[in-house]
Design a protein around this ligand. Sequence first.
Ligand SMILES: [Zn+2]
Length: 109
Amino acid sequence: MPPLYEYECSCGNEIERVCSVKDHKPRVKCECGKMAVQVLGFAHVIPDIEPYRSMVTGERIKGRAHHKQHIREHGLIEVGNERLPPRRPKPMPSVVDDLKRAFEETRRR
Ligand SMILES: [Zn+2]
């Protein structure tokens, strides 16, 4: 199994690439157009998961690829991998009131 490489871009994007050791590059292009730099100086290999029995169908899941396929087929969600709704930034408090207050204070002087 080829190792996984992690890269980080200055835009905050994290990129994961699986590639063979001989094709590995210390920098990859980010979707923002800048170059993302490799985070770790070494690659780490994702170990395969242990076989287990599906709680849904009772079939034996043989490994990571089978596990992913099984999840897709049955519309399952891995605990910890749920998609959370995007967080909305709080609206900025209106500056109009601040300006009014500042204006009133300068008039009083
Ligand atoms: Zn980027």
